[in-house]
Design a protein around this ligand. Structure first.
Ligand code: UQ1
Length: 438
């Protein structure tokens, strides 16, 4: 007899049977973020038009230009300008499977998706980005959910739109900003939002009533000494208190209290009262990657050669962007440079050639210090400056701010996502004839 329950089970079985599709492709790209999208574009521009040459596996309907989030938090850009439908940015010649990876089977060159589909590849690029671990800080999620609390974060599309409203609403007390004890994407962003908020409160004549505190888990304000010196100077001049090796461990939103631990002496926990709290959440590799330990290093990042970006064990797997083990600063500019190296290496690989291009760890961070002011940090694996422009980039410049606000978004949507931006190496070479005393 066919009962309603039986019918449900039958429908489910038949849906599952028809759903499990087998796909195969030349290159499978895991992730449609900055790295995945630009690599898919580069490769499908090169390959012929058959849709099965490049497959992109990405569950999200929306693609965000995340470098915009600091400016949105600072009230300088609209949220709408940071997003586009995924369908509009992924290359037309690639096949988009709107699903996520559930299981990696690198020995048989396959990935199984959450819907049960199997994708077989000749070569795979893993570009899954970072996962935000909001739940690692007790009380943080409740604080963020409560519209009356003064807890906010520029780090997610769901939270970034609240940040400026909360900055505007603050008129006295302690404004506290944090940096966690994990790798983060755009490590400059947690302090850019300090500078933008501080500038806003100064302009509104509220600054005498607000104490501005930046508590970072890192031992330094910035990893490259040249820019760190300049940033310490900015903080000193603007009376921003910076506490290094100070890590947020808990948020008590109802009492407006944040608990910190002194990483130099972990027994030393202290409570900080706040009237505004900006949190940079702990981050790490996506769970699904961490679970596949044959693909990762001890910390759960995709284990790749830092120069060639090829997997250390599986030679037909490559990685780029925030999910890999490369020790560069996790910025969009780094992905631009990596995408060129990866493209060369993959094309050589497919052509059976042994030669390899090498990534030098280039990363860059436009450190906005106020509306109209920006220090453009550029550096490599050795944390040595690698500047593009013939000026001393430790200084704050208006032109760098305009680049950050208007030029880079243009470059991103129109060139990088189409696979036509490889970072500023070529511009640096051309401008090197203008080297002044730097
Ligand atoms: C860059 O290439 C890039 O990617 C589009 C960014 O992302 C937003 C950057 O912030 C920066 C600084 C670069 C580097 C480019 C130049 C011209 C220095």
């Amino acid at each position: 007899m066919i009962t309603a329950t039986n019918l449900k089970i039958l429908t489910k079985i038949s849906v599952n049977v028809t759903r499990e599709i087998h796909h195969s492709c030349k290159v499978l790209v895991i992730g449609g973020g900055t790295g995945g999208c630009s690599m898919a574009a580069k490769l499908s521009n090169k390959f012929d038009t058959s849709p099965n040459h490049v497959i992109v596996l990405e569950p999200s309907e929306v693609h965000y230009y995340q470098p915009m989030f600091t400016l949105i938090g600072g009230g300088l850009k609209k949220f709408e300008s940071s997003k586009k439908p995924m369908a509009a940015v992924l290359p037309k010649k690639a096949q988009w499977i709107k699903d996520s990876a559930m299981s990696f089977q690198p020995e048989s060159n396959k990935v199984v998706t959450s819907n049960g589909d199997t994708i077989e590849y000749q070569l795979m690029i893993v570009a899954m980005g970072l996962q935000l671990y909001w739940d690692k800080i007790p009380g943080l999620i409740d604080g963020l959910k409560n519209p009356d609390s003064q807890v906010c974060s520029i780090y997610a599309p769901e939270t970034v739109t609240e940040v400026f409203k909360k900055i505007e609403r603050t008129s006295k007390g302690s404004a506290v900003f944090t940096f966690p004890n994990t790798p983060v994407k755009c490590p400059g962003a947690p302090q850019k939002i300090v500078y933008l908020a501080e500038d806003y409160w100064s302009k509104k004549n509220k600054r005498n009533d607000i104490e501005v505190i930046y508590n970072t888990s890192l031992p330094v304000i910035f990893g490259v000494k040249k820019y760190a010196d300049a940033l310490w100077e900015v903080c000193k001049t603007r009376n921003i208190e910076v506490n290094t090796q100070t890590c947020l461990t808990e948020v008590k939103g109802d009492d407006k209290e944040a608990i910190f631990v002194d990483l130099k002496n972990p027994d030393n926990k202290f409570t900080q009262k706040y009237s505004f709290l900006h949190v940079t959440p702990p981050m790490g590799p996506p769970d699904i990657l961490r679970e596949h330990t044959s693909l990762t290093n001890e910390a759960g990042f995709l284990s790749v050669d830092p120069k060639t970006l090829q997997h250390t064990k599986y030679k037909n797997i490559y990685g780029l962007g925030d999910c890999t083990s490369t020790p560069n600063s996790k910025t969009m500019a780094a992905i631009a440079s990596q995408s060129k190296v990866l493209y060369d290496n993959i094309m050589n690989d497919l052509a059976g050639k042994k030669s390899k291009s090498e990534y030098n760890g280039y990363a860059s961070c436009p450190l906005v210090t106020a509306p109209g002011k920006c220090i453009l940090a550029e550096f490599d694996y050795n944390l040595q400056p690698r500047e593009t422009f013939p000026v001393d980039q430790k200084n704050e410049y208006w032109a760098m701010f305009i680049m950050k606000k208007d030029f880079f978004p243009f470059l991103y949507w129109n060139f990088m996502l189409k696979g036509r931006w490889n970072g500023p190496e070529l511009i640096r070479k051309c401008l090197s004839i203008f080297k002044f005393n730097k």
